[in-house]
Design a binder for this molecule. Structure first.
Ligand code: GCV
Length: 713
């Protein structure tokens, strides 16, 4: 009887689990789940060929490797790893190789300090590198083979990063508010640091190391000078100590006026001797506390931040003062090019170029100028920034936004791998065909030694880290592309999907399909055909194409779409703002003519009649409507595809995405209807046949207010 009751209770609990939409994985483990490999044969074959592991190195990083392997073995293979010098998996640096392993040594000569090789030799598998961190990267690469259930026979893998500084920028304030953050509070709990070291910091470091990120800036570029006070530097030190074994250096965003704010000086003029000395002393103080400190990230003379311009000095003079203070210690300055000023008469997209091109050749070698991928501000689609390729003597870092400030916050599924690739693969033509943005960024186009990439993080305290399960894929793809920009968005999507959601081939194909189409849907329902910056004021949540009364012209959506009775779009040709002149002649010519401008950037460069004939033969007005509609239909399709995956995905992950997709569909409709109703007030044309009647009136859409939208600046 008792047994019967027990069986009944067990069954009951299983039914409860099956019905609980939040059962199972909540996303905390990211792509490092290490769940048991379900294909029994495959698992047994791994177990057979991985009987013992020999980690020859001894260091904090080697301990991390050992722990990671232990967790992975216990999870993936359901067995505890055996560590012994008689092993078939050998993790070794070059100088620990024996005579009969010298062929591995040869392989190490070309991979640099952070690279690794994974090589099969004499029936054994070697993970070899020139440094401990190379071994950690190699270990994660090897684990990815197991996680995605690939063969580990006859391996011959050799990798090294294409970009040196692979950074995450957190726009996190000291009070844990995250500017443009949609995943809860900041993960950095400054109040409890340095003594309280959350498990999350370690898991964050593991995740970053697994994709090759080697630098983080924990504080907002709209910086608070307190971060440089001794009290806070102890907290920064605690983070740096945690991250060091994972190969991650800590950098800090600084406030340019710190000498006045916390140093008691009367000026922050970069040419003032006392100011220069203050930065030298402050930098030396930091290195005493954090010997491997990475350097400074600076937003200066931008959106109200102080900078060298306050004293009539150039960005180069400001950056070089800091660069010189960092040089004795090997640190770098990441100086942001996101500047646009009150006084400048030039149209906003031209200003960063106008400011920085004349400074080419004037920066110290340890300065990289950090440029957003497009000339405006992380829009769903922008033309590539003309700065890329225009400064042959200056290191230019790529700045991508991972957090979805302009792409639906954390409820819209938008895989940004396709967007990042579009920017990196863009051919600037500055040195003829093949002069891609990626080659500018990795330094190869002009032979510039310092190279860097930065991603504005989408990470917060939400259990799933990024607010949306698919937001994790954007963190992942950013890191993978910073490591190797030649990878395709699709192959990275597949890696991520297999490790995060399902390893079933059919399910993976569907997930990758959703991911690869997702960003274009967002472009379509928000800003099709090259439109941009139509988001509502300040918080950037939802549509606000009608906003035209803000303090500065270039904060207004009306400044960017220029809709009138004639047509729509911003004329950036010679007859307009002449933005085309900043590009290489190849693009100048193409962008100057609507017929040769890529359709997806048409209204970025041209103001065209509502009846302009599109390549499809339809009018611009009708085509605009069709794009808006296609965006909504695209989300409905993603939703249907996702719902069909229910049996393949863990309930909790499945339901999180399901709920977000329902929000996304509603908001896509909102975007389409609000924008089309508004533009119709100019075009005065009917919606094309088949366009569903908007749910509400334009007045209703215009009346929406969101004073508490998250992530405000
Ligand atoms: C950190 C945009 C964002 C701001 C952000 C700024 C920047 O304007 O809306 O929140 O500030 O970019 O990149 O500095």
């Amino acid at each position: 009887m008792l047994r019967l009751v027990c069986v009944f209770l067990l069954l009951l609990s299983q039914v409860a689990v099956a019905q609980n939409p939040f059962a199972g994985d909540d996303g905390y483990r990211l792509w490092l789940k290490y769940d048991e490999i379900t294909d029994k044969q495959q698992r047994q074959s791994y177990v057979k060929s991985l009987t013992a592991i020999d980690i020859r190195s001894q260091s904090d990083t080697a301990n991390v490797i050992q722990q990671e392997l232990t967790d992975a073995w216990q999870g993936l293979l359901k067995t505890a790893p055996h560590f012994s010098s008689k092993a078939d998996l050998i993790i070794t640096k070059g100088d620990q190789l024996s005579k009969n392993e010298q062929s591995i040594q040869t392989l190490l000569s070309t991979i640099g300090n952070e690279g690794f090789v994974i090589h099969s030799l004499n029936g054994k598998t070697y993970i070899a590198a020139n440094s401990d961190i190379g071994l950690l990267y190699g270990t994660f690469r090897f684990l990815r083979l197991l996680q995605t259930e690939q063969s580990i026979k006859q391996l011959s893998i050799s990798e090294s990063p294409k970009v040196q500084l692979r950074m995450l920028n957190h726009w996190d304030d000291l009070d844990r508010h995250t500017e443009r953050g949609y995943a809860g509070q900041s993960i950095f709990d400054w109040h409890k640091l340095p003594d309280y070291k959350e498990q999350r910091y370690y898991d964050y470091a593991r995740a970053n190391a697994s994709i090759g990120i080697n630098g983080i800036v924990p504080n907002n570029v709209n910086a608070n000078s307190l971060i440089l006070t001794p009290h806070y530097l102890q907290k920064v030190k605690a983070l740096a100590d945690i991250f060091r074994p994972y190969g991650i250096k800590v950098y800090l965003s600084l406030k340019f006026s710190s000498p006045q704010q916390i140093g008691g000086l009367s000026t922050s003029d970069p040419l003032d001797k006392n100011v220069q000395q203050w930065w030298k002393d402050k930098t030396a103080e930091i290195y005493k506390i954090i010997p491997d400190f990475g350097g400074y990230l600076v937003k200066a003379n931008s959106e109200g931040q102080p900078g060298p311009g306050d004293y009539g000095r150039t960005h180069a003079e400001g950056a070089n003062m800091l660069a010189k203070a960092l040089q004795p210690f090997g640190g770098n300055v990441l100086w942001r090019a996101f500047v646009y000023s009150h006084d400048a008469k030039a149209e906003r997209s031209l200003q960063a170029y106008n400011e920085f091109v004349p400074l080419d050749g004037k920066f110290e070698p340890n300065v990289s100028v950090q440029v957003k991928n497009g000339p405006i501000d992380f829009q769903p689609r922008e033309a590539f920034s003309a700065l890329f390729g225009a400064t042959p003597q200056t290191s230019l870092a790529m700045e991508f936004q991972i957090t979805q400030e302009y792409l639906g916050f954390s409820t819209h599924l938008a895989y940004l791998g396709t967007m990042y690739k579009e920017a990196l693969d863009a051919d600037t033509h500055v040195k003829g065909e093949g002069s891609t943005v990626a080659k500018v960024v990795d330094g190869s186009l002009y032979n510039i030694p310092l190279s860097a990439m930065a991603g504005v993080a989408n990470i917060g305290m939400d259990r799933n880290w990024t607010g949306h399960i698919f937001g994790q894929s954007n963190w992942y793809v950013y890191g993978r592309l910073a490591w190797d920009h030649d990878l395709t968005a699709a192959e990275i999507a597949e890696e991520w999907a297999r490790m995060t959601l399902s390893n079933d081939d059919k399910a993976v194909a569907n997930i990758v399909d959703i991911m690869m189409s997702s960003r274009e849907h967002v472009v379509n329902y928000m800003t099709p055909l090259g439109l941009h910056h139509l988001m509502d004021t300040g918080h950037h949540y939802g549509p606000g194409p009608w906003v035209g009364d803000l303090g500065r012209d270039d904060w207004n959506p009306t400044y960017y779409h220029r809709a009138d009775e004639q047509g729509i779009g911003l004329d950036r040709t010679a007859s307009g703002t002449n933005g085309v002149a900043q590009y290489a002649p190849y693009w100048q010519k193409r962008f100057s003519d609507p017929a040769t401008t890529p359709t997806e950037l048409l209204l970025w460069f041209h103001h065209l009649d509502w009846d302009y004939k599109m390549p499809s033969g339809d009018t611009l007005w009708n085509e605009l409507a069709k794009h808006y509609d296609a965006g909504v239909q695209g989300v409905a399709e993603m939703q249907a595809q996702w719902l069909a995956l229910e049996s393949q995905i863990e309930a909790n992950q499945f339901n999180q995405v399901k709920m977000a997709l329902a929000i996304q569909l509603k908001e896509a409709q909102w975007w389409r209807d609000a924008c089309m109703l508004y533009f119709q007030t100019f075009s005065k044309r009917p919606f094309p046949a088949g366009f569903a009647a908007p749910e509400h009136s334009l007045e209703t859409y215009r009346s929406y207010q969101f004073p508490y939208a998250p992530g405000r600046g």
